[in-house]
Design a protein around this ligand. Structure first.
Ligand code: SF4
Length: 367
């Protein structure tokens, strides 16, 4: 499907800050490209409309003044924008025992705002809103040069960190000079052996592929084996334009593209839709990586698929998938920042799905 529409009238009219979350973030902003696609795929109640058109009544229903941070990211911010949860370890002599990875949030803007966004506590927040969060991107939409220097110095000195995931918001919506500065500095760290792996989390190829420009491809090609972590939730998001951008990232940037999908009620909570999504992604050279249970933020409870239904979907889906797509894991990024807990498949082993252990081995009961 192509986004190009001959229709001049637009029925979806984003309400901007009039439809943002009550704590003051996630305005209803949708790219023109996505508006056209929503119109062609069932409108407001279609699988794309539901993801991007605000439902203020439902989003407010469980409102708490202090917007939730289910992954405890604010607590783990150790340098400007750098969230360091998955820690590495050094021995007493300073030798690396194992490596850690850091997430670097460099902007709070996106090309379109997803109503279930985990970082909806600050993503899209207009500058007149005062955030409860001390996170750098809650305080400023982009990092200052000084903050960037500080973050880079942190990465350089944290000998045990070998991997950075650039995130936001959507890093690829950043202005060219800003993103170039950051990528160049990371490329230098990579060339000097401070970093091995650099990933870029983005939804721009889905939200607005026509905003991806030649300079993006060229810039990412300066990294060694960049990984693009594409957030994609429904096969109807895979338009010709999106596929062409993904192909260019592969060809021109030398990127490996992996996909992350959030399981969302009345968007993709059925086996057929996910089968199609994972199969087309695999065919197009994108490796399905994770299917996530959506995070328990107050504004997205109406998207939550009950966990037992979610497990049923996954158990039915996985055996149908190509071995390539079936390497993806279904995971819950559990509350309080304890990490991503993969849900075991449970057919080969006796699994009762009532308890899990976090990445440090601590045991919890599943709600
Ligand atoms: S693209 Fe990612 S960061 Fe932006 S609104 Fe969607 S989920 Fe949130």
């Amino acid at each position: 499907m192509s986004f190009v529409s001959t229709s001049q009238t637009i029925s979806v009219k984003p309400r901007g800050i009039d439809a943002m979350l009550p704590h003051g973030a996630l305005p209803e902003m949708i790219s023109l490209y996505m508006i056209r696609l929503i119109e062609k795929t069932g409108g407001k109640n279609g699988p794309l409309g539901r993801q991007f058109i605000a439902s203020p009544k439902e989003e407010k229903k469980y409102y708490q003044k202090k917007a939730s941070d289910p992954l405890n990211e604010d607590y783990h911010e150790v340098a400007p924008g750098i969230v360091y949860k998955y820690r590495g370890k050094l021995d007493k002599k300073g030798n690396v025992i194992y490596h850690g990875r850091a997430l670097w949030t460099i902007t709070r803007f996106c090309a379109t705002y997803c109503r279930f966004c985990t970082r909806g506590r600050e993503v899209g927040m207009p500058s007149f809103v005062k955030s409860h969060s001390k996170a750098s991107i809650a305080q400023t939409p982009y990092l200052s040069s000084k903050q960037i220097e500080k973050a880079i110095a942190f990465l350089k000195n944290a000998k045990e960190i070998n991997e950075v995931i650039i995130s936001g918001g959507d890093p690829l919506v950043s202005p060219q000079p800003y993103l170039t500065d950051i990528i160049q500095k990371l490329a230098q760290l990579q060339q000097k052996g401070h970093l091995d792996i650099i990933r870029i989390g983005t939804r721009l190829p889905v939200h607005n592929p026509i905003a991806v420009r030649d300079w993006h491809y060229q810039l990412l090609s300066t990294l060694k084996n960049p990984y693009i972590m594409l957030h994609i939730n429904h096969p109807l998001e895979l338009t010709e334009e999106t596929l062409s951008v993904l192909n260019n990232f592969r060809k021109l940037s030398g990127a490996t593209i992996m996909s992350q999908t959030v399981l969302l009620k009345e968007v993709n909570d059925n086996v057929e839709v996910l089968y199609k999504l994972f199969t087309v992604l695999s065919k197009e050279g994108v490796r399905p990586y994770y299917l996530f249970q959506n995070d328990p933020v107050y504004w997205a409870q109406h998207f939550t698929v009950p966990i037992h239904k979610a497990i049923k979907i996954w158990k039915k889906l996985r055996p149908q998938l190509s071995g390539i797509a079936a390497t993806a894991r279904f995971a819950i990024d559990v509350e309080n920042g304890y990490g991503k807990i993969p849900v075991p498949e449970g057919d080969a082993w006796d699994v009762d799905y009532t308890h899990y252990r976090d990445f440090k081995g601590k045991k919890f009961t599943l709600a």
